[in-house]
Ligand binder design. Structure first.
Ligand SMILES: Nc1ncnc2c1ncn2[C@@H]1O[C@H](COP(=O)(O)OP(=O)(O)OP(=O)(O)O)[C@@H](O)[C@H]1O
Length: 451
């Protein structure tokens, strides 16, 4: 890909989009245009961009709201906002909404090109810093894998047995259940603990970037490759490499990865030579890889290669009293960090934590406790310090689904609505849904087909 960066242009005025696109293309940028914020979000979810350039005034979702959505969805993608001349308030609001920069309309094309180039550069730098941070994560107190509930004990047992072997391990579990923490723990308890632990998020990078990130590249392999890069496999030499969000790896990359793993050799992008490596590979995913294999989205041969041992992290809602142990641990951590004398949690608040369904798992609990410690006016976390979602959560109601609570429906309808409800709760993971529903996967598929 020979271009300076990929820019998404969002403006409801088609002629404006065309003018900007031509200007940027002439300066070597690749551009994609769309005419509404909702189309922009759809494109950002599907494809990789280095910068988003958006107008503020658009019918429907405004450019400022779009900034906020991108900041939540893809904080690594800088947004440049076009504001009307003389409207300083809008420019300030844009920066507050998470925009990286703004340019004033009527747009001066030379300034536009410089601003976009700066934003692309910024994105590259942040990517490198994140990578460094993930590599230098020390094994401090915050990285301990807490939990004493039955499912977590089983997990700890399996971890202790699997860690010293050199086998590939597939770590599965919903988002926020602690998969990365488990990977670090496997590394610490293995014969490779003195060597590096390196983690890479396969979902965050496009196919080309991922290949050069993993295998490295020679100088001049592509436009941006001013220097040679060793790649993460070689950075992790002798140690452990975690391929996080493995279920999102592009199919073409899966082929290259499988070859490298089987031959224990890799070829840096742009090089004629293969290099041997010695790295233990761990993979983590919140997706249902077995279904992905059945649907042709994940290669079966690669699945067998990485799934030598599987460690499954149970969702937080099934860990019983661990919820309170973890809450206490996080309260202590944030109380120490903020210097606030918060000692524990009041009973009604504790009951709510046990009742709640925790779709975001341990990460959600950690965030809730950080917020609660900041908010509380007492020496304990009270029910008022919990987010509304948790405080207002009602469990135990009879499940009917549908919009009308007085509606009377057939058992068959309840079954199909409940299946849909469970699938939504577990991110469409059919293996996990079948477990919760107490049926095997084949039965679940059959029921899905008939509904
Ligand atoms: N058992 C645990 N004990 C203590 N802290 C935990 C535990 N499990 C998870 N955490 C904390 O919860 C947060 C989320 O964990 P982690 O990033 O490992 O989850 P994950 O499953 O890899 O998430 P994702 O699938 O979204 O990448 C981290 O801050 C981690 O330290």
């Amino acid at each position: 890909m020979n271009h300076e960066g990929r820019v998404l242009i969002v403006d409801d005025e088609v002629s404006m989009c065309e003018l900007i696109a031509t200007t940027l293309q002439m300066r070597g940028f690749e551009t994609v245009s769309c005419h509404s914020a909702s189309d922009a979000i759809g494109l950002i979810r599907k494809s990789e961009f280095d910068v988003v350039l958006t107008d503020v005034c658009m019918p429907g979702t405004t450019g400022l709201q779009l900034c906020q959505q991108i900041a939540a969805l893809r904080p690594d993608v800088p947004v440049v906002v076009m504001t009307a001349f003389g409207s300083l308030e809008t420019a300030v609001a844009a920066i507050r909404s998470g925009a990286y920069d703004f340019i004033v309309k009527p747009v001066e094309m030379r300034i536009l090109a410089i601003t976009i180039a700066r934003a692309v550069e910024k994105r590259k730098l942040t990517g490198q810093i994140r990578l460094l941070e993930s590599q230098s994560f020390a094994s401090d107190g915050d990285s301990e894998l807490l939990g004493d509930s039955e499912p977590m004990r089983r997990m700890h047992d399996q971890l202790a047995r699997a860690a010293p072997s050199d086998a590939s391990i597939l770590i599965t579990g919903e988002s926020g259940t602690g998969k990365e923490l488990v990977a670090r723990s496997i590394h610490r308890h293995s014969g490779r603990s003195e060597k590096p632990f390196v983690a890479v998020n396969c979902a965050a990078l496009s196919e080309t970037l991922l290949e050069s990130e993993l295998f490295g590249h020679t100088r001049g392999a592509f436009t941006d490759a001013r220097n040679e890069r060793r790649g993460l496999f070689l950075e992790a030499e002798g140690g452990t490499l975690l391929l996080d969000e493995m279920g999102d790896m592009p199919l073409a990359m899966q082929v290259k990865l499988l070859r490298a793993l089987e031959e224990k050799r890799l070829r840096p992008v742009g090089s004629d030579h293969e290099i041997e490596f010695d790295v233990r590979v761990l993979a983590a995913t919140h997706r249902d890889l077995e279904s992905a294999v059945e649907d042709g989205r994940f290669r079966q041969d690669l699945f067998y290669r990485i799934n030598v041992i599987q460690l499954h992290l149970p969702p937080l809602r099934s860990r019983g009293a661990d919820i309170l142990r973890l809450a206490a641990h996080f309260i202590q951590l944030f109380a120490e960090n903020s210097g606030k004398p918060v000692l524990g949690i009041a009973e009604p608040a504790a009951e709510k934590l046990l009742e709640y369904s925790w779709p975001g798992n341990v990460r959600e609990l950690r965030n809730a406790m950080e917020r609660a410690v900041a908010l509380t006016q007492y020496d304990t976390v009270t029910i008022d310090d919990l987010p509304d979602k948790i405080r207002d959560f009602r469990s135990g109601s009879v499940f009917i689904g549908g919009d009308d609570p007085t509606e009377l429906v057939s058992l068959e309808q309840i079954e199909s609505r409940y299946i849909e409800h469970v699938l939504n709760a577990v991110n469409q993971n059919r293996t996990e849904a079948a477990k919760i529903l107490g049926v095997d996967r084949k039965t679940l598929y059959r029921k899905l087909k008939t509904t």
